[in-house]
Design a protein around this ligand. Structure first.
Ligand code: HEC
Length: 137
């Protein structure tokens, strides 16, 4: 019985600690999005028809691996891509180097948990590991 009570206390405490940390990550991610990504993908994530694909409810985000998405955002992406039934053929430049692994993780966490997406949290460790694989060929 004591063990169960202890498990509950530890459980509640870790939620209490994790929730504000997550909120901070999302807040920093929103800042990066608004400072950088918004110019193209727009404040509501809808992009611009035929020029910038939407990140809102994106079936591309849904179907791609987190690792590929990290590498595309960090190293840039070009060539044909179909998002929500519409084809795009543009160029996303590499992310400016002032954005650190934590910023990349946070901006993707923000995008993945907002705009109707549900892909979950990205960690700086995932970003560091994905970056080792370089640009997506
Ligand atoms: C200068 C304009 C520009 C900026 C800034 C930009 N993107 Fe993109 N993004 C594009 C274009 C253009 C494509 C499509 C590239 C292609 O045709 O292959 C794209 C594709 C994507 C995709 C894959 C397709 C989709 O819509 O699901 C994601 C995800 C994405 N961008 C996220 C981001 C994030 C996050 C940021 C900010 C860190 C960002 N982009 C900044 C122009 C931009």
């Amino acid at each position: 019985m004591k063990r169960i009570a202890l498990a509950i206390v530890v459980g509640v405490l870790s939620i209490a600690v994790a929730a504000p940390a997550f909120a901070q990550d999302v807040k920093n991610g929103k800042k990066v999005y608004e400072e950088y990504c918004k110019t193209c993908h727009q404040a509501n994530g809808q992009g611009m028809p035929k020029i910038y694909p939407p990140v809102a409810k994106s079936d591309y985000i849904k179907s791609q691996s987190v690792e590929i998405l990290i590498r595309e955002v960090v190293f840039g992406k070009s060539g044909k891509v179909k998002v929500n039934g519409q084809e795009y053929n543009g160029v996303m430049a590499p992310l400016p180097s002032k954005y650190k692994d934590k910023d990349v993780a946070d901006v993707l966490t923000y995008v993945f948990t907002n705009f109707g997406n549900s892909k979950g949290k990205v960690t700086p460790q995932q970003v560091a590991a994905a970056k080792k694989k370089g640009k997506v060929k």
